[in-house]
Design a protein around this ligand. Sequence first.
Ligand SMILES: Nc1ncnc2c1ncn2[C@@H]1O[C@H](COP(=O)(O)OP(=O)(O)OP(=O)(O)O)[C@@H](O)[C@H]1O
Ligand SMILES: Cc1ncc(COP(=O)(O)O)c(N)n1
Length: 260
Amino acid sequence: MKTALTIAGSDSGGGAGIQADLKTFAAFQVFGLSAITAITAQNTMGVFAVQEVKPEIIAAQIDCLFEDMDIDAVKIGMVSDTEIIKTISAALKRNNAGNVVLDPVMISKSGYKLLKPEAIEELIRSLFPLAGVLTPNLVEAEEITGQKIKNPDDMQTAAEKIHAMGVKAVVIKGGHLKSSPVDVFYDGSSFLSLRGEFINSKNTHGTGCTFSSAIAACLAQGKSLPEAVTEAKEYITGAIQNSLDIGKGVGPTHHFYKFY
Ligand SMILES: Nc1ncnc2c1ncn2[C@@H]1O[C@H](COP(=O)(O)OP(=O)(O)OP(=O)(O)O)[C@@H](O)[C@H]1O
Ligand SMILES: Cc1ncc(COP(=O)(O)O)c(N)n1
């Protein structure tokens, strides 16, 4: 069985973070591994407290997994601060990690800062060069490029800018677009538009985490990057279409809609 590692924060509410990532890996029948960067006290209404994990414990989680197993893909989510970013970068380099999907998580849907703003520069410096693909949403892509993004044309310009910053490929997610949610993929040579119908659901907690983990699962299975992003888009669309009315706020997507 293929394996995928998620390096991310824990969401006690189970809709985003490590929990969403592991459920997604399982849905793709990929064996999931985890290195927890932070523990959040979180539910469908918001994030109430965060405890970052000590950098040496994060490094120990990553190192012991690579020592023991072949890891076919890595997904990175919430990384909190500069020290944690440096730790992850060094650990991935010394373990020669491949198929790295970097989701530059900055702010939760409920508005909580999951990355310290001063850490964005370090994220670009130490993790962008390791990423096989970066998956920012519109707000994150605006933050990274310093440009406003309002439509698919702006997304293409931003994708070129981000590619020039040293990532091999990028998918800018259009879930926050006013029109239908098209995602724009660019690998330095060609663009791919991942089109989707707008699904009118309030339960979209963890859509970004789920999408990036689905890409990692597909890469672990040996699919090409264009195949992986296309399949991940189909999967997240189904997961939102079948999303779950759990909790009083923004509920989770249904990771196992193909099974039950
Ligand atoms: N209402 C929706 N209808 C259809 N597709 C959607 C909808 N919302 C998000 N998506 C899709 O879900 C994926 C994740 O995009 P989104 O822009 O929501 O990421 P995100 O903001 O990082 O998510 P989050 O931070 O909530 O985890 C993309 O493929 C996007 O097009
Ligand atoms: C641990 C963790 N990682 C990522 C997110 C982003 O997900 P969302 O934007 O849906 O709140 C989150 N809320 N918590």
